[in-house]
Write a protein that binds this ligand. Structure first.
Ligand SMILES: [Mg+2]
Length: 174
């Protein structure tokens, strides 16, 4: 079913966001990153950025790669995480709708061919990116625990992942 692949198959996938290096991005002509927050960078119930997150943002910054967090979370949730570290963000993004992705690309003054979306959910992060025409990288959720809205999406996601797995399109290894 080509339509499932078109909308829900990520361009690539990693176990953890911090495995995505500036070199990996440069090799693919990527200059800007949009990333999800909850369960992509930290667990959805962790309020603050940790050392691994800050190290990764610093590394991207030093390599001239712009990063914007695009989250469906509230102003408080996303602002409290980003503001202390001067991280750019869009809150209540309403992913998978495309407007926040387009806004983030414009904020970074890049074009969508050179921007990648990183996220832990096929139904929001990847679906939205694929619709807008951004590359997408799926990561495994930081924690198995999710907010209530996500629990429903995860059920559909499992069906999609099984389908991609059967077709050999996504293989996590073990
Ligand atoms: Mg998420």
């Amino acid at each position: 079913m080509k339509v499932l692949e078109k909308y829900f198959l990520p361009s690539d996938y990693f176990r953890e966001f911090h495995s995505i290096t500036p070199q990996y991005l440069k090799d693919r002509g990527i200059k800007a990153v949009i990333t999800d927050l909850d369960n992509t960078l930290v667990g959805y119930d962790e309020p603050d950025a940790n050392e691994s997150v800050l190290k990764w943002f610093k590394m991207m910054n030093e390599n001239g790669i712009k990063v914007t967090i695009v989250s469906n979370g509230s102003r408080n949730r996303v602002g409290n995480f980003c503001d202390p570290h001067d991280i750019e963000y869009i809150f209540r993004a309403r992913k998978p709708l495309g407007s926040a992705y387009k806004k983030a690309v414009a904020m970074m003054d890049e074009n969508k061919d050179e921007t990648v979306m990183i996220g832990d959910q096929l139904m929001t992060d990847v679906f939205g990116a694929n619709r807008v025409g951004l590359k997408s990288v799926l990561v495994l959720p930081v924690k198995s625990k999710d907010g209530w809205a996500t629990i429903v999406n995860r059920k559909i996601e499992r069906i999609l992942m099984n389908y991609f797995d059967r077709k050999g399109l996504i293989q996590w290894g073990d």
